[in-house]
Design a protein around this ligand. Sequence first.
Ligand SMILES: Nc1ncnc2c1ncn2[C@@H]1O[C@H](COP(=O)(O)OP(=O)(O)OP(=O)(O)O)[C@@H](O)[C@H]1O
Ligand SMILES: [Mg+2]
Length: 359
Amino acid sequence: MTAADPLSAPPSPPDASGAHPDWAISVQGMTKVYGGRRVVDDFDMQVPRGAIYGFLGPNGSGKTTTIRMMCGLLTPDAGQGSCLGFDIRKQQVQIKARVGYMTQRFSLYEDLTIRENLDFFARMYGVQQRRQRVADALATLGLSGRAHQLAGSLSGGWKQRLALAACLIHDPELLLLDEPTAGVDPKARRDFWAEIRQLAKRGVTVLVSTHYMDEAVQCDYIAYIAYGRKLIAGRAGQIPQMIGLHTWRVTAPNLDQLEAELSQNPAVEQVARFGAVLHVSGRQEAALKQLAQAQQGQPGQRWSYKETELEEAFIYLMASGTDNFAQEADPGATAKPPAVPPRRQDQADPPPSAPRGAG
Ligand SMILES: Nc1ncnc2c1ncn2[C@@H]1O[C@H](COP(=O)(O)OP(=O)(O)OP(=O)(O)O)[C@@H](O)[C@H]1O
Ligand SMILES: [Mg+2]
């Protein structure tokens, strides 16, 4: 975390426009209705300046729609708020000039060269000393020697880095990255994230949607959305406690069989496999402890209590979310209630229901 922590400290008073100086994004009650369905439903979000903020949720849960409303690209049907201190309903022009938005699908011109793409974005944003800025971006990317190559001929990882360079060309204060590394190999993902961390160190705020655990654990803050409603939000390190998960680490001679057995136990809400170890989690602390004590007597089994980390919490959250779009595609289906119990007053109030055997 590079900035102060306004989520745990009282925020500074709002300025004359009502915006909070500590928050890059502060929105309340965001709602979007499509075809009578509230695809984003009374959604609040506060993103501290300088933070890397992870936005998680299943397919179709409303992440892209929320991101587009927060940067003034889409008008909400209800709700208000500010982005970089500007009103998301009235000051879209000011917001767009200060935000870099990397869309979920590759949005550069495949039939323009790498240089032409960067030059196009620099012109669009009215960047000063454009040629130099484009040359610098090419050098930073390590693509100076390939500037004349068509963007469409780049590999997936390079396309994403080029897209990131394009949305950085006007030195934005806030980056909105919508699943920026989907389908990109792990090495390219690591490189991409090294760049994100560098940007955050320089004070750029980053809101990033992702389905990847290795990315979620790099975020300072996390919000989780399902069916358009925020289920949980807070500092990444506090998310496991907010869910109320307890975890035991288990080694045993026959892990497959044990995993299958444990998944049937009512105290066990999740069994996640990490190599040759099972992480057995649930919210009923006493029942889990009782299970651990009973199992300890079995030949070869070793149970030890471990602090629940974001990895287990991530698996828990992601396992609890069915594809929200699939729900819509099957109107006869009953909506699955969200799994996260309310822990804070600012959260939605879903009935608890737990994923099982999510390993
Ligand atoms: N322009 C639109 N018209 C009608 N429905 C829409 C429109 N845009 C989004 N939706 C619907 O709103 C819901 C939320 O979509 P959204 O793209 O915001 O989800 P998401 O969380 O970004 O999903 P993914 O992880 O798959 O990208 C989906 O059911 C989607 O079909
Ligand atoms: Mg999306």
